[in-house]
Ligand binder design. Structure first.
Ligand code: PK2
Length: 372
């Protein structure tokens, strides 16, 4: 079987779990944060640097790679692992979210989605079958069903029609998936912020017996407490012996709150995106380096961090790099932010092991500046 989840321990105080996901390219310890590599690269990082910070799995995307360089080229190169020189696990998203976030540049039908490329405006069509064909060519270890992520807010009628189409598309994806022994296909649960819809989607999607499941349709602008509430009644509907992936999340507080509510896998563009704006996630909260107060601050970005950036450079130097628009700025901030989130997940796994996750949350929030 391509993907095998091993539940190691259930937290006594919360819904958190410790687990392992066995894949053809290695084993992933969960809970885990997955760095995003949209166009077959985690922006500005080499695979060696990703291994240095102990990244166990990275994400890429059907939509982007289909448009450029084309999935047939990647297949000709021997697949995405060989093409980008990454020999650890890769998860690809189906592109559902991307084509839906194109707004009016797209037309949805039962057959699939017609959209215009964000690169050159050319017209394209992705069906569930096409999304699976592309991911089969890419050879990623975990592939995602082609789904519709309903916008927020969306009324009950829209959400119901959308989740029922996502279920019909999930069946088509399962039928179209060729490489079941090397690539695990995850189903995606939708249903917006409506409890009865989430129950319906969870029932319909888990009935299809996928090796793992994602909670989709969240982190789309809803307030965080509402996202946490949806998780509280959705994760218990998902099989305990399968990985649970919360798509597009997130910031440090969301990662901790998501783990507490039973989530095992997360992805977010935040660490590398804010890095390009000279913003760092640190133990004392966010630091935006362009502020004048850092002009002659010769202390590390994060005094409690032992990453390459924090051990070798000062805020004053990092501010200079950012102001001078130097490429090294994006690299050093990306390296630190990814290290920070991967270290946070390592600390969370440790806290689950020691049954003190709630104490860890309290301590982290007090320092990072979140209200509990
Ligand atoms: C940011 N919030 C959010 N993201 C969602 C995403 C995307 C998750 N990240 C994938 C990466 C994005 C950059 C390129 C590489 C893949 C969602 N994806 C799908 N298929 N369905 C969702 O409901 C879905 C819902 C999401 N909500």
């Amino acid at each position: 079987m391509a993907i095998k989840y091993e539940l190691i321990k259930e937290c006594k105080q919360t819904g958190a779990r410790l687990g392992k996901i066995h894949t053809p390219h290695g084993t992933i310890e969960t809970p885990i944060f997955m760095p995003v590599g949209t166009q077959a690269t985690v922006k500005s990082m080499t695979p060696e640097e990703l291994k240095e910070i102990e990244s166990q799995i990275i994400l890429s995307n059907t939509y982007h790679l289909y448009l450029r360089p084309g999935h047939d080229l990647v297949e000709k190169a021997g697949g995405l692992h060989k093409f980008m020189n990454w020999d650890r696990p890769i998860l690809t998203d189906s592109g559902g979210f991307q084509v839906f976030s194109l707004g009016d540049l797209r037309k949805i039908s039962e057959e699939g989605v017609e959209f215009r490329s964000h690169i050159d405006g050319s017209k394209h069509f992705i069906s569930p079958e096409k999304a699976i064909e592309i991911q089969n060519s890419l050879g990623s270890d975990i592939i995602m069903a082609f789904d519709e992520c309903a916008p927020y807010p969306a009324d009950r009628e829209y959400v119901k029609n959308s989740l029922e189409r996502t279920t019909r598309w999930a069946k088509r994806c399962k039928k179209a998936h060729k490489n079941t022994d090397t690539q695990g296909l995850f189903g995606i649960i939708q249903g917006g912020i409506y409890k009865d819809m989430r129950e319906q989607s969870a029932k319909e999607i888990t009935e299809l017996d996928f090796p793992g499941y994602a909670v989709g349709g969240l982190s789309v602008g809803e307030p965080k407490p509402l996202m946490y509430e949806v998780l509280e009644y959705t994760t218990p509907l998902m099989p305990k012996n399968k990985p649970r992936y919360l798509m597009g999340v997130g910031s440090p507080d969301c990662l901790i709150e998501g783990v507490i509510r039973g989530i095992d896998m997360f992805d977010c563009v935040l660490p590398t995106r804010i890095a390009r704006n000279g913003t760092a996630m640190t133990s004392q909260g966010r630091v935006t380096i362009k502020q004048a107060r850092f002009y002659d601050d010769f202390t590390p970005l994060d005094p409690e961090c032992d990453c390459y950036t924090c051990r070798n450079y000062t805020k004053a130097y990092l501010r200079h790099l950012f102001k001078a628009n130097e490429i090294l700025s994006a690299r050093l901030f990306s390296y630190h932010n990814l290290y920070f989130l991967l270290k946070l997940m390592k600390n969370i796994r440790e806290a689950i092991k020691n049954d003190n996750l709630l104490d860890y949350r309290k301590e982290f929030f007090e320092k990072y500046g979140y209200e509990l």
